[in-house]
Design a protein around this ligand. Structure first.
Ligand SMILES: [Zn+2]
Length: 307
């Protein structure tokens, strides 16, 4: 069971959102700032996202009549404006995902804010509106991120992992809806293998990856009132064999007549609407979780063995 199931629109049992983080080659430039341009094969692997993956994904979304959310680093918007134009023309949502996939929790508060504002300007220029949602690159949400998002007027975040259903993040500055993610439905662990990105794993078959993704879906469907969210990448899940399996998954989900496919913005707005009309009381998480280091300074850590 789910402790606090959400009453989704039209009695749907699961809210479904495939979110694509279109990182393109930002990943290799941030990982290897000194010599990324010499890593041509990896750049090409990542450019597959905007150039081949996104058009394929958009075509399928048109066929199924669904609107979804893309998170795109601002640098990628500047590099691949055609991919963004396709998303906007088809009515999809474009959210904030860093400037060039930098980790917010490695930056000072001032720097994090600078890159956030600069990225918002880029998003406004290319999409005509301010982003409503954030996904921190690699889930690297910092202890300042929530406050900065509130300050910049964001509606929701989708980087944390604290529940099966959306909940409220409360800070001294205000609040956000959290539309939570999970590594269980992220396409990185089953599919990505890249020495340049320091991620070396055995690549799974689409069937095996989908087994894990669908296990999450079936559990949410059985419980009722849950959220299923894919955290995927166009250069990864947009490859043909994987994408064909995704299309079968979308058809299966739609065929249950028990799902609501929506953008994260619509999901977040639904939560606030239900709270307002009294049909749902979302759980509240107060941030920051901690304001100083937790482990005592003189805690004995396990001694390293010699030899
Ligand atoms: Zn990313």
């Amino acid at each position: 069971m789910i402790v606090n199931p959400v009453p989704w629109p039209n009695g749907a049992k699961v809210a479904c959102a495939i979110t694509f983080d279109m990182d393109a080659d930002s990943l290799v430039h941030i990982e290897h700032p000194k010599d990324s341009i010499k890593r041509v094969s990896t750049i090409s692997m990542l450019r597959y996202g905007p150039q081949v993956g996104v058009p394929r994904i958009l075509e399928a979304y048109r066929r199924y009549g669904i609107k979804q959310t893309f998170f795109v680093p601002a640098w990628c918007i500047e590099q691949y404006p055609g991919a963004i134009e396709g998303m906007i023309n088809d009515g999809h949502e474009v959210g904030f995902h860093g400037y060039i996939h930098e980790a917010p929790n490695s930056l000072s508060k001032a720097d994090e804010h600078y890159w956030m504002q600069r990225s918002i300007d880029t998003i406004v220029k290319h999409t005509g509106k301010r982003p409503r949602g954030n996904r921190s690159p690699l889930y690297n949400f910092s202890d300042n991120t929530a406050d900065l998002l509130v300050k910049e007027g964001f509606l929701y975040d989708s980087s944390l992992m604290g529940d099966d259903v959306p909940y409220i993040l409360k800070t001294k500055m205000g609040e956000l809806v959290e539309v939570p993610t999970s590594w269980a439905t992220d396409d990185w662990p089953p599919y990505v293998h890249s020495i340049d990105l320091n991620y070396v794993m055995q690549v799974m078959s689409p069937e095996r990856a989908m087994e894990g993704f669908l296990a999450e879906f079936e559990a949410m469907r059985r419980a009722g009132g849950g959220l299923w969210i894919g955290i995927w990448h166009p250069f990864v899940s947009g490859r043909l064999s994987r994408w064909l399996r995704v299309e079968a998954m979308i058809e299966y989900m739609l065929g249950t007549n028990e799902v609501w496919f929506a953008t994260l913005e619509d999901i977040a707005r639904h939560i606030l609407k239900c709270r307002e009309n009294g049909t749902y009381k979302p759980r509240v998480d107060q941030l920051p979780y901690y304001d100083k280091p937790v482990a005592p300074k003189r805690t004995a850590s396990p001694k390293k063995r010699r030899g």
